[in-house]
Design a protein around this ligand. Structure first.
Ligand code: F6P
Length: 541
């Protein structure tokens, strides 16, 4: 049934009329146990969602919607390897990549777990060889720099995690990333590198992505220009892909290819061989900890009842904000500098998954919104940039604050940093929820003409996630939490969260235009605006 025609959905519509405008100040007023009721623990994560405009009844009605949309059945189908990515006829099994149990996971009648373990073992052995100097460059020198070439899901996860876990990384190996087809990124990355001690990891599920193939070809030229022998490619290139044929055609020995499978979506792939650069940075043991953390959240998502299920609750609160309160954007605000790429990672995770306007059965969606616009920056930098709009803008932004109780950088004399950082995080959530009334502003003696400028309406929703300490284990939990939140929302919206047809048209048009730019072709086939742009570009060249 169409989502908006569901009786459960319609009940929420009616309910919105009743509480939609209630202020968080009133919602909290006289309710001494609200913070307790609207918060929960899962693995090491404490989530407080009490500063959302929801009541007990709102949550009950949202759980009813989740049941009506068969969220639990769909979740179980995902874990069981059913082909829930229906437009590509693929299973969706990133959970198998971090399965720490003996449970078998079948795709087309075949248990995938032996393959998962085999590739992990290959990654471990390779990492050990690079770390201990057994794997050397063509001229016999030890590898000092890894350059991972890949884009989208083949880049954002490894970048995010290597940054997040920098504290745990080996000092003996520098890991760099090149994703953009803009040659500036490649040029600036290799500027200080020595080809003799540089190892390229080419990461591409398809091994056809133009950005990655162009950068990989340039890397090969750079290497061969310095080392002068095709044989050198074997020592300086390894691949992560599902496409062995294309890897071999590029000149990489498939013995040095780390395999993954079509049931791993790009944006859900960091626990697969796509995470090789992560393992090279932090080592196999810490990588295993990351997987264990993801698994802890996978288990929670699988077995916790909906009412105590953190990914489900965060997803439902998001549905309430998006579809009933009309809040179309979510800010991810990590109060930890190490997580500075976390918002970018889940920007792809969320927007490529749930930025859809067609249901799984192929109907255009016209009467409800799907995926929100996701963005963010680490605190407190964001506070001095865009928080003005979050507090006083005409549009609402739902915020997720993410913080850690213990800092990884608390040497003597720096204790105040972490305390102040945390105070800022708590203060922002408090200010957003409760604001400051005109009476409170006036009571401060503010002149009448400035009162409205200094009023904070509040009533702006946020979640706060608190973890003990940033470790591979807790980071893994956090990643899986957001992955599953996205899954639940996609299930409720009735969309396929695991395809990405929306990226195709631009890619195809870029190929055509690239041909025109190379060959000085006629501009006839193009629209007026594109013609003018190409003509201007040619002139400026
Ligand atoms: O942006 C589209 C996309 O297909 C992503 O889903 C994917 O993560 C990225 O391109 C890279 O694809 P590949 O790993 O095949 O190079």
């Amino acid at each position: 049934m169409d989502l908006t025609a569901l009786p459960e959905w319609q009940k929420l519509q009616e309910h919105k009329g009743e509480i939609g405008q209630r202020h968080l100040r009133d919602i909290f007023w006289g309710d001494a146990t609200r913070a307790e009721r609207f918060s929960l623990h899962a693995a090491d994560i404490f989530a407080d969602y009490s500063k959302n405009r929801v009541t007990d009844q709102t949550m009950e009605l949202l759980f009813d919607v989740a049941r009506a949309r068969q969220v639990e059945q769909l979740r179980d189908a995902m874990y069981a390897g059913e082909k829930i990515n229906t437009t590509e006829q693929r299973a969706v099994l990133h959970t198998a990549l971090r399965n720490q149990s003996e449970r078998q996971v079948f795709v087309d009648g075949r248990d995938v777990m032996p393959d998962v373990r085999r590739v992990l073992q290959h990654m471990r052995e390779f990492t050990a060889r690079v770390w201990n100097g057994d794997w050397r460059g063509y001229t016999g020198k030890q590898i000092t720099d890894i350059v991972s070439i890949g884009i989208g899901g083949s880049n954002l996860g490894p970048v995010m995690v290597t940054e997040a876990l920098r504290h745990y990384a080996t000092p003996h190996l520098a890991v760099h990333f090149v994703s953009n087809i803009d040659g500036t990124q490649f040029s600036e990355t290799i500027r200080t590198l020595n080809p003799e001690t540089t190892l390229f990891v080419v990461v591409s599920k398809t091994f056809t992505t133009d950005e990655t193939m162009t950068n990989a070809a340039t890397a090969k030229k750079w290497l061969l220009a310095a080392l002068g022998d095709e044989q050198a490619v074997a020592n300086h290139f390894v691949a992560v892909s599902t496409n062995a044929q294309a890897v071999a055609a590029f000149g990489i020995d498939t013995a040095n290819m780390f395999e993954f499978w079509d049931w791993v979506g790009g944006r859900y792939s960091l626990a697969s061989a796509v995470g090789l650069s992560i393992m090279l940075a932090i080592g196999a043991e810490q990588f295993d900890e990351l997987l264990r953390g993801m698994y802890a959240m996978d288990v929670h998502f699988k077995i916790a009842p909906l009412e105590q299920n953190m990914p489900v609750i965060l997803a439902l609160v998001g549905i309430w904000n998006t579809n009933f309160l009309g809040i179309k954007t979510e800010a991810l605000l990590p109060y930890d500098q190490y997580l500075h790429r976390f918002p970018a990672y889940f920007q792809q995770g969320n927007m490529e998954s749930n930025g859809k306007s067609v249901t799984k059965t192929g109907q255009f969606i016209t009467d409800y919104s799907t995926g929100p616009i996701v963005w963010g920056e680490p605190g407190t930098n964001g506070q001095h940039a865009f928080y003005q709009l979050i507090h006083q803008g005409t549009d609402m932004v739902a915020c997720d604050f993410i913080g850690f109780a213990q800092s990884l950088n608390n040497p003597d004399g720096m204790e105040t940093h972490h305390r102040k950082l945390t105070a800022n995080m708590f203060a922002q959530a408090q200010a957003l929820a409760f604001g400051k009334t005109p009476d409170e502003v006036r009571a401060e003696g503010v002149p009448a003409e400035l009162v409205n400028h200094k009023v904070f309406h509040g009533n702006r929703p946020s979640n706060t996630l608190l973890l003990p300490k940033l470790t591979p284990y807790t980071l893994g939990q956090l990643i899986a939490l957001y992955e599953h939140k996205i899954f639940v929302q996609g299930a409720i919206w009735g969309i396929n969260s695991f395809d990405q047809w929306g990226v195709e048209l631009g890619k195809k048009l870029a190929k055509d235009i690239d041909t025109t730019l190379q060959n000085v072709d006629s501009l006839e086939p193009y629209d007026q605006s594109t013609r003018a742009l190409i003509a201007a570009w040619r002139q400026l060249q």
